[in-house]
Write a protein that binds this ligand. Structure first.
Ligand SMILES: Cc1cc2nc3c(=O)[nH]c(=O)nc-3n(C[C@H](O)[C@H](O)[C@H](O)COP(=O)(O)OP(=O)(O)OC[C@H]3O[C@@H](n4cnc5c(N)ncnc54)[C@H](O)[C@@H]3O)c2cc1C
Length: 226
């Protein structure tokens, strides 16, 4: 199971902050918290997305696979940044990995999967200790299923956009779980976060009313042709 820790520098009251920033441009009274909240909500409802870029989210993602983190990095809008745990100094003896539910439920597949992970560990050790290969070279054998840890910083516009792609049934199952962990972690910060998550973190079909994917899950009708 992965774990998401939201860092202190994350915006506490995102709706009010957005309303305050918009208020500066509209010559409004930004000293009134209630008016700021209402203005922020109006911006969201009207689709004035630029204000979303003032809402900062910094977090630690720990225990998710290198594979899902590779997918996480494809969300580039808004110039997010991150640091990732080094694989040059990894301890092969204890590397942890994701066991997909479908493999866990199949005895033969589970045995094969776990055997392969053991072989990777043992081969890495033999390469380094028996053959004198530097660890950074042996580490190329490490699997995408190995867990990793990142520190990540991005804005809420990027995360809302990410939710449209990654809550879709077509997205990789671990990413969908990661999104649910993220939504729970953000909702725990404040009521304003809970409101943003429940209203705006939705799969793309909920946004448009139709499914644009070739292989649809049927939750919404397919995109009309022509
Ligand atoms: C089912 C599925 C399968 C996938 N398969 C693959 C795969 O096989 N290989 C692969 O590499 N990826 C794959 N992806 C990832 C996908 O191609 C995108 O890289 C990912 O969804 C992030 O891009 P984005 O546009 O959604 O988000 P972001 O990069 O966060 O962008 C958000 C929005 O910002 C704007 N934006 C971002 N960058 C620019 C820019 N440079 N110029 C102008 N506007 C910009 C756009 O409006 C964009 O929609 C897959 C995703 C899914 C859900």
């Amino acid at each position: 199971m992965g774990k998401i820790t939201i860092l202190e520098s994350t915006t506490k009251n995102p709706i009010s902050l957005m309303g305050e920033r918009a208020g500066v441009c509209w010559g409004s009274d930004i000293s009134d918290p209630k008016k700021n909240y209402k203005r922020g909500l109006d911006c969201l409802e009207s689709g004035h997305g630029r204000v979303l870029e003032f809402v900062n989210v910094e977090m630690v993602l720990d225990g998710y696979s290198a594979r899902v983190i590779r997918e996480w990095y494809t969300h580039l809008g808004g110039a997010p940044t991150r640091l990732q745990a080094s694989t040059r100094y990894v301890n092969y003896e204890n590397f942890e990995y994701i066991l997909p539910p479908k493999i866990a439920a199949n005895e033969e597949a589970k045995a094969l999967y776990e055997e392969t992970m053991r072989t990777i560990t043992e081969t890495c050790q033999k390469l380094e200790n028996g053959c004198g290969i530097p660890r950074e070279d042996a580490a190329l054998l490490l699997p995408l299923g190995m867990t990793t840890k990142i520190v990540d910083k991005r804005n809420v516009r990027n995360l809302i956009d990410m939710s449209h792609q990654r809550l879709c049934t077509r997205a990789y199952w671990e990413y969908r779980e990661l999104m649910r962990d993220l939504m729970a972690a953000l909702s725990g910060i404040s009521e304003e976060w809970a409101e943003i998550v429940s209203r705006y973190f939705v799969p793309k079909c909920e946004l448009t009313g139709f499914c644009p994917e070739k292989k649809s899950c049927g939750r919404r009708p397919k995109k009309p042709q022509g």
